[in-house]
Design a protein around this ligand. Structure first.
Ligand SMILES: Cc1ncc(COP(=O)(O)O)c(C=O)c1O
Length: 388
C-alpha cells in the first residue's frame, strides 16, 4: 500500500489542477443564457467552439491551407483515439458513421455478429440486413453486461466476417467493457466495428483490437451535431478495397482513393463544422485526455452519489457498468413528467429513455463541456426538487 502513496498523491494533485483549470475556464466561457442542456448529446457547445464555427469559410478544393488544416485535425483525432490508423471525418451525424462502416465492409450474404444490449447494438443488425448481409444478433438484457462465454459460443457456431458492438449504450447509460470481447473476436480474425459515439473523448477506448471505431461530434466532444469520425485499420481498408459493389455517399472507398491517396476531397467537406470540431479536439488535448477522463469519472461518480442520496437507482445492474459520460436513473413511468418539470421549473434539459424504456428512465448527460461539478449539482438539485 505504501508503494502506492506517491502515485495516489500525484493523481489527487492532478485532479485538483484539472478542477481549478475547469472552473477558471468555466468562468471565462460562461454564457448568459439560462437554459442548461444536460442531455446526452447534443451537449452544450462552449463559446470558443461556436466562435471557431463562424470563421470565414475556405474553399477545400482550391485553398491548400484547408488541406493542411484537415491533415492536422486528422492527426489530433488520431491522438484522441489513441491510434495510428487513418481517421476519416464524414459530413453527417453518428448514424452515418454506423451505416457507412457496414455499407463499406459487407458483401451480399456476409455473416455479421451483432453484439447487443441496447438500441444502438440492435440498430447495427438493421444496417447489415439492408445492405444484404446476414446478421446474427447475440443479445443481452439492456441492464446486463455482455457475456463472454455466450459470445464465444456464438462465434464458434458461425463463420463471421465481422462483428459490431456499442461501447456506451447512451439510452441506458451502460458502458460495455469490450476489451475482452474484442480480443476473442480478433483471435478469430474477425473485423471489429465499435460504436463509440458517446464515449470518444469521455473515456478511454480499448483501440488495440478495433478495426473501425465511430465517434460523433455532438457528444463528449461538445461540438455541434453534423460530423462523424471513423478510425479505419489496414485490415478494414483491405476488405473495403477488395469489395466489388460500392454504394456512393455511404462508402469509405472514395475517401481512400481520393483523399488518402491523392489529397483530393471526394465531396465538399463541412468546413464550418470542421473548424468547430478542431477547436473541440484542441481543448481536450490541451487539458490532457487522461485528465479529461478523470474529470468524467469524478463528475459521473458525483452524479450517481447524489442520485443515491435522493433515492434514485441507476439503470445498469451494477455501478461498475455505469458510463462516465451519461447516467440513466430509473423513474418508473415518470420520465415525461420529470423531464417537463425540470425544464419548466429549473431551465434544465434532460433526456428520457428510448423505446420501451421511454417512460422509465431519465438521463443526465455529463459529457464534454458538461462534465462539470456546478452543472451536475444544479441538475441534481432540480431532480431532487421534482421527484419530491
Ligand atoms: C451510442 C450511439 N450511437 C449512435 C448514435 C447516433 O448518433 P446521431 O444521433 O448523431 O446520428 C447515438 C445517438 O444518440 C448514440 O448514442
Amino acid at each position: 500500500m505504501l508503494m502506492m502513496a506517491p502515485e495516489a498523491a500525484k493523481l489527487s494533485q492532478n485532479i485538483k489542477n484539472v478542477k481549478e483549470a475547469m472552473s477558471r475556464s468555466m468562468e471565462k466561457l460562461s454564457d448568459d443564457k439560462d437554459l442548461l442542456m444536460m442531455t446526452p448529446g447534443p451537449t452544450e457547445v462552449p463559446p470558443p467552439v461556436r466562435e471557431a464555427m463562424s470563421r470565414p469559410v475556405e474553399n477545400p478544393y482550391v485553398q491548400e491551407e484547408f488541406s493542411e488544416f484537415y491533415h492536422s485535425l486528422e492527426d489530433k483525432l488520431q491522438e484522441l483515439y489513441g491510434t495510428e490508423d487513418d481517421v476519416i471525418i464524414l459530413g453527417g451525424e453518428g448514424i452515418l458513421g454506423l451505416e457507412a462502416s457496414i455499407a463499406s465492409l459487407i458483401e451480399k450474404g456476409d455473416k455479421v455478429l451483432c453484439i447487443s444490449n441496447g438500441i444502438f447494438g440492435d440498430g447495427f443488425a438493421d444496417f447489415v440486413e439492408s445492405y444484404g448481409g446476414e446478421p446474427v444478433v447475440c443479445d443481452f438484457q439492456p441492464d446486463k453486461p455482455l457475456n463472454i462465454k455466450k459470445i464465444k459460443e456464438v462465434v464458434e457456431q458461425h463463420d463471421f466476417k465481422l462483428a459490431t458492438m456499442v461501447h456506451c449504450e447512451t439510452p441506458t447509460g451502460m458502458l460495455n467493457p469490450i476489451e475482452k470481447v474484442l480480443e476473442i473476436l480478433k483471435e478469430e480474425d474477425m473485423i471489429t466495428v465499435v460504436d463509440a459515439v458517446s464515449s470518444l473523448g469521455g473515456t478511454p477506448i480499448p483501440m488495440e483490437d478495433v478495426d473501425i471505431c465511430i465517434g460523433g461530434s455532438q457528444k463528449c466532444l461538445s461540438s455541434p451535431p453534423g460530423l462523424t469520425a471513423l478510425s479505419v485499420s489496414e485490415d478494414a481498408w483491405e476488405i473495403i478495397m477488395e469489395k466489388e459493389d460500392h454504394h456512393f455517399y455511404t462508402s469509405l472507398k472514395g475517401w481512400k482513393e481520393d483523399w488518402l491517396e491523392q489529397g483530393r476531397f471526394p465531396y465538399t467537406p463541412s468546413v464550418s463544422n470542421l473548424y468547430a470540431l478542431d477547436e473541440s479536439v484542441d481543448s481536450i488535448l490541451r487539458e490532457g485526455k487522461e485528465y479529461v477522463y478523470i474529470r468524467h469519472e469524478e463528475i459521473s461518480s458525483q452524479c450517481r452519489e447524489r442520485g443515491k442520496q435522493i433515492g434514485l437507482e441507476f439503470f445498469p445492474e451494477t455501478e461498475k457498468l455505469c458510463s462516465p459520460t451519461v447516467t440513466a436513473f430509473k423513474v418508473d413511468g415518470e420520465a415525461d413528467r420529470i423531464q417537463k418539470e425540470v425544464r419548466e421549473k429549473h431551465d434544465i434539459l434532460l433526456a428520457t429513455g428510448f423505446g420501451d424504456l421511454k417512460e422509465d428512465i431519465i438521463r443526465v448527460g455529463h459529457m464534454g463541456y458538461n462534465a462539470e461539478e456546478s452543472k451536475v449539482k444544479r441538475t441534481m438539485d432540480a431532480l431532487e426538487d421534482v421527484i419530491g
